[in-house]
Design a protein around this ligand. Sequence first.
Ligand code: C2E
Ligand code: CA
Ligand code: CA
Length: 620
Amino acid sequence: MDRNEKLAEVLAEFAQNLNEGFRVQEILDHLVQKIVEMLPVTAAGVMVMGPNDDLHFVAASNDGIGEIETLQNELGEGPCLEAYRSGVPVAIPDIEHDERFPNFSRRAFEHGLAAVFTFPMVVEGQRFGALDLYRDQRGSLDPADMKSAQVLADVAAAYLHNAQERSNAADNLDLLRQRSLHDPLTGLPNRTLLKERLEQAVARGGRSNQLVAVLFVDLDRFKAVNDQFGHHIGDRVLVAVAGRLREVLRAGDTLARLSGDEFVIICESLDEPALAERVAERLGASLVPPFELEGRTLELTASVGLAFCGPGQELPESLLRDADFAMYQAKQAGGAQHQVIDHAARLVVDGRGRLARELRGAVDRGEFRLAYQPLVDVEDGGLVAVEALLRWQHPDRGLVMPDEILPIAEPTGLILAMGEWVLTQACHDLQHWQQQFGSAIPRVTVNVSPYQVMAPGFEATVKHVLETTGTDPASIFLEVTESAFLEDGPRAFAVLKQTRDLGVGLILDDFGTGYSSLNYLRLFPFDILKIDRVFMDDLDEDPSTRTIVAAIIDLAHGLQLSVVAEGIETQRQLAEVVELGADRAQGFYLCHPLLVDEMDQRVLAPAHGAPIRLPVPASR
Ligand code: C2E
Ligand code: CA
Ligand code: CA
């Protein structure tokens, strides 16, 4: 290998190291070894200085040289220091007769060195240190070698610069992480950090053969404090409560704030559950002295729920929820007390109560998402619209689907706020697409439940959302099912008629499985009919299913409705419905429901605004 090849090799190794991380010492060690192989020198050294001109790193091709490098720093003189300070290379071709650095040169000569050449490591005006080359014979380095050496010093400097930037970035990340793990109001760990701590505690508990207890603390009637005195006082109360709770705890315990007036405590190293109950009692007692805030006196109590994780147990997924449930029971029993989780009761009580409570705040906490599934024109594969489908990003359970949400949301009336959020968000997302991708997504369809339609003010809500978001009504379709007409057909008719008069489109969803289908179809001003996806399952096996689907499509066309076949999972099903005359299709085969980002990246962006084509047969 000639010198240039070796130089290229060293540079390539630098580049690779840059990508892999910043092990400064390793790369410097490597550098000095390579240099000795590459250039006509007997030894090489590098010194890297810190911010206060103190020696940070030293690398040397042999131990003796390492000493020489450090020595310069001790003496406060030497060619390397000089190159570092001046930013210019320093050459001493004859150490024995050197007079510039008498102290250094004498010692270097004693070490058997005859010549030294040093090169500053500078990048963007920032000095990092110097690269030093030593020879055991007098004489200059030829200019080409000098040049190679300076290139290497420059590259090393660039590398160090990069490492420094990265470590600054890492410090910033630490800061961000610190912020993202703590509640800004009280400075206590938040839910994320709580979970981390819980995992660690359970792991330690397993090793030490001791119990971990989770205490879920919820203030009683705290809402009244906010209502009566305002959020400003409410916030101060929470800070004061946090202070009192903290005083009760031992050093190793964790106190976290989950949300609002919910606090969670992890107690470790317990020999028996009774000890945690003792803590709960002390927590209750700590709140007894009235709170004095801005001239007001407040009395507070809390409900506390306890759950345990035994030694050797895996961290139960439900530990927090168990403690929450026990807290709820303490509250049901009148508050101002604690309860230990009663697993039997927990099993008896249907999980819905808890989910319903969590669902209540989900809109405000921003936990809902919308997934969108394309409706595709079977003639040309064009994207006709996307259907908005609700998703709940639950903090513990992950993604909760509508089938679990709606049975709670409807009877409790929560569906009204949720439904308004869905429509509003769908309008915003549509605007986003129009701005980013023009008319690639012309319409959004939004499901509305019969509860929404029958509640007072449905039409007014739709109107309000369209106006406040500035949405063209014609770009929104509402999907309703026949069950909307069950309770009070004429009223449902009137409400839907008014709503349609706003200019929105109406889709009759899940058609074919319901009740008096044909009559409603004739009477109601629908634009589109969706054939229920149950029909798709046995479309290609069962001739009677085919007959029904064919009849529905003919009927709909006779009434000037276009037909969507939903739930298409296979190429065969698609071919079937196309043959039977469906106008549009929707289903996993064409495209799964996607979050907005995914839709942007996977469906819209690749086409760069060109018409979207999904895998459908060209034409029937
Ligand atoms: P839907 O209106 O019939 O919506 C279509 C459902 O079928 C969606 O389930 C969708 O993910 C699923 N799906 C799509 N393609 C296929 C396929 O090829 N095969 C199968 N097996 N399924 C497919 P999802 O998202 O779980 O929604 C379930 C139901 O919840 C919806 O049924 C709709 O009635 C209701 N829903 C969803 N979002 C909302 C909403 O925002 N408000 C209201 N009121 N109801 C909603
Ligand atoms: Ca639907
Ligand atoms: Ca449907």
